[in-house]
Design a protein around this ligand. Structure first.
Ligand code: FES
Length: 78
């Protein structure tokens, strides 16, 4: 499902980024990790909800279950 029409981001892409080693914790980190930025802002509440759901599902981030202790901006390739 498209979450952000300005950047053509899907919920699957956002969830995959949240599960990555970068484990962004804010919508702005999510956008940055996906190589884009906030534009109109209509999607930010949905992105926040997805982040909250991902956080509630696991106390740790990253695909290996390691804690999110590294700043996402360090690991994001963009
Ligand atoms: S819908 Fe995401 S910035 Fe516009």
């Amino acid at each position: 499902m498209i979450v952000c029409s300005c950047n053509c981001l899907t919920d699957s892409e956002i969830r995959a980024t949240l599960a990555s080693r970068a484990c962004p914790r804010t919508p702005f980190e999510v956008y940055k990790c996906l190589g884009c930025s906030l534009n109109c802002g209509r999607c930010i509440a949905t992105v926040r909800t997805i982040i909250d759901e991902a956080s509630a599902g696991t106390a740790t981030g990253g695909s290996s279950g390691e804690p999110c202790e590294t700043d996402a901006t360090v690991l994001c390739p963009v």
